[in-house]
Each structure stands twice: as structure tokens, then as C-alpha cells.
Design a protein around this ligand. Structure first.
Ligand code: 5GP
Ligand code: ZN
Length: 112
């Protein structure tokens, strides 16, 4: 996807504060953190949202979620954390490249 911010971050064409990377996934700090720790887990593959996911993405989705507790532990979120996937405009999604938010470390965004 040529016009996608997160594809550009995944390709290294835009800078980000990376905290984890493998062949399939990338994790970086949100540019406007809504909590003391606010990470974004993305697949390197462009998938616009959870609505576009299919059975073939089952493993990928599982690995994205399983990364959250590992990241939380590494960032000292021993008390717990919040994961959010905003889907579609009605779900508050602003960047149309699938991502899991990981929030923790204090005040967190309201669920409204
Ligand atoms: P959404 O509302 O789509 O679930 O969340 C998109 C998130 O991406 C927002 O929390 C926003 O702050 C973050 N974001 C948008 N553009 C950039 C960027 O260029 N770099 C980083 N690191 N985060 C971004
Ligand atoms: Zn993309």
C-alpha cells in the first residue's frame, strides 16, 4: 500500500520508536501516547482492519495478541494493561492498517 502510514513505518520509510520487530510484526510507540506506555502492534502485511481479516489470518492475529503480554512485561506493566483494536470509522479507527493498541502504566483512555 503506497499511501499507508503504517506500511511506510514498516518499510522504514517513516521513522518510529521501534520496540520489537520480526519477519511478520512490528511494534512501536504511538506518536500521541494516551497512557504512560502506549504501543502499537502491526503486521508488516497491509490489512486495512479487522473486517478485512479472513481465516488465513488466524495465526497472525493470534501472534499479535500473544505479543501483548510479552511487551507489557518488558515495559514493566506488572499490574495489567489494556488492548484495543479500533475497527472502522464507527469504531474510532483513524489509521486503516490493522493494529493492536497496548496501553498501561497509569491513566488510560476512556472507553466511550
Ligand atoms: P486508531 O485510531 O486508528 O486505532 O489509532 C491510530 C493510532 O496511530 C493513534 O493512536 C495515533 O496517535 C497513531 N499514529 C498516527 N500516525 C502515527 C505515526 O506517524 N507514528 C506513530 N508512531 N503513531 C501514529
Ligand atoms: Zn498499510
Amino acid at each position: 500500500m503506497t499511501d499507508c502510514i503504517f506500511c511506510k513505518i514498516a518499510a522504514g520509510e517513516l521513522p518510529s520508536k521501534k520496540v520489537f520487530e520480526n519477519d511478520e510484526l512490528l511494534v512501536f510507540h504511538d506518536i500521541y501516547p494516551a497512557a504512560p506506555v502506549h504501543l502499537l502492534i502491526i503486521p508488516k502485511l497491509h490489512i486495512a482492519s479487522l473486517v478485512e481479516c479472513e481465516a488465513q489470518h488466524e495465526g497472525l492475529l493470534g501472534r499479535m495478541l500473544l505479543l501483548a503480554p510479552e511487551l507489557a512485561r518488558k515495559h514493566g506493566l506488572n499490574d495489567g494493561f489494556r488492548t484495543t483494536i479500533n475497527t472502522g470509522r464507527g469504531g474510532g479507527q483513524e489509521v486503516f492498517h490493522l493494529h493492536v493498541h497496548v496501553f498501561g502504566g497509569g491513566k488510560m483512555p476512556h472507553l466511550s
